[in-house]
Design a protein around this ligand. Structure first.
Ligand code: FAD
Length: 357
């Protein structure tokens, strides 16, 4: 009887040595700067900060991609890319890029990639970034790790992008071993905002869009701002007050909202609160909700499960209010109050309201 052939060693180790020769043309780390209605999404600068570290580790250049109409806001964005670490900025100014539309944005970005061959391409995991990254990866026929929570350069210089999987119960690290560029999107606030160095300058590379307006089937007739969405505010708020199941019912969230308002901050909640329908999903904080990095985070009646912790541990100061002295949240809170949140929250609001008057 012959022994069955052993399967080839599975996984990363066996694939490592196959990093193909054809990848040698691919160099540099690119970040796509997201501009909507003249405003740069801060996730772009967060990505530049992380992109700088990756580029330094690889010994290559950090390049930004700025796409938009010929406008002062586009020029200002180009200048800022250098302040946040770019060595080179690829710029395409065209009226067809005024508002985001998938077709012209996908075309210009895939053209740029095919021409200049970046080895890593990063975008924000925003509605715009998710839409664009998906179609660019598909058009280029390369891999994309969406909603990454960590980016690292591995020993063989490939990008290791980590993200939650199996409904958030596991973390997996994904490699794009056989294709270039290696693409990833990262959610706002996962990475810290880097310091801007206004003395930095860099090289500009101008490119043009091949697609003409008449070739684009999507037309923007009107822009209607969604004033009901609070996601952006919560992710970037300096002060956040959040409540969990310890608040016991929907009506008690008035205490959370009031303290947030008195402090000039925003409010959020844990996931079961959303599942109960007490607050909308955009208020959820944690692994499957918003990642926040406020200067002050007050968590009331929240146990501190790992899925909540990962969304808040970037906060400068975490204050936890919980009746259970053994609650997990006290393991990572900077200040802990063992007390009934329904008593402490209104008392804090009254005290701050008096002092801040
Ligand atoms: P509980 O765990 O029920 O804790 C309530 C806390 O309130 C307890 O510690 C209790 O001691 C305290 N308490 C009770 N009464 C009072 C009172 N009067 N005053 C003060 N304290 C009081 N969770 C998230 O938050 N965000 C996520 O993004 C998220 N994503 C998830 C993804 C997956 C795939 C999974 C499996 C889970 C996820 N969860 C998430 C859920 C997470 O595991 C926890 O179940 C959840 O965070 C618990 O919410 P909680 O702390 O509000 O409720």
């Amino acid at each position: 009887m012959t022994e069955p052939a052993k399967p080839a060693a599975a996984g990363r180790a066996s694939m490592k040595k196959e990093l193909p020769e054809r990848f040698k043309d691919y160099k540099n780390v690119w970040v796509v700067v997201e501009i909507e209605r003249g405003r740069v999404h801060p996730v772009s600068w967060e990505l530049m900060g992380e992109g700088r570290k990756l580029a330094d580790r690889l010994g290559v250049q950090l390049c930004a991609v700025v796409l938009g109409p010929k406008a002062a806001s586009t020029k200002a964005a180009v200048k800022q890319t250098y302040h946040y670490g770019a060595d080179v900025c690829y710029i395409c100014e065209d009226a067809a890029l005024t508002d985001y539309r998938n077709a012209p944005y996908t075309e210009i970005l895939t053209d740029l990639v095919n021409k200049h061959k970046p080895e890593i391409l990063l975008l924000g995991a925003t509605p715009l970034g998710r839409d664009l990254a998906g179609s660019v990866a598909t058009t280029l026929g390369t891999g994309l790790t969406a909603d990454s929570t960590e980016l690292r350069i591995d020993d063989d210089n490939s990008l290791a992008a980590t993200r939650p999987t199996f409904g958030g119960t596991l973390l997996c690290t994904i490699y794009t071993l056989n294709f270039r560029p290696q693409m990833a999107t990262v959610r706002p606030r996962v990475f810290a905002m880097p310091e801007a160095d206004t003395t930095r300058a860099g090289r500009m590379v101008w490119e043009s869009l091949r697609m003409k307006e008449e070739d684009i089937v999507t037309k923007i007739l009107e822009f209607v701002a969604d004033n009901t969405s609070s996601e952006a505010n919560l992710a970037y708020a300096d002060i956040v007050v959040a409540g969990g199941m310890g608040l016991q019912n929907e009506a008690n969230f008035r205490h959370v909202k009031r303290l947030a308002q008195v402090l000039g901050g925003d409010y959020g909640c844990s996931r079961p609160v959303v599942q109960k329908g007490w607050l909308p999903a955009e208020r959820q904080i944690g692994q499957t909700g918003n990642t926040i990095r406020p200067r002050l985070y007050i968590a009331a009646g929240i146990s501190g499960a790992i899925q909540h912790r990962v969304g808040v541990e970037g906060a400068d100061l975490i204050v936890a209010i919980n009746t259970d002295p053994d609650a997990k949240i006290f393991e990572f809170a900077h200040l802990g109050v063992v007390a009934d949140a329904l008593t402490v929250l209104p008392a804090l609001s009254d005290a701050f309201a008096r002092r801040l008057r």
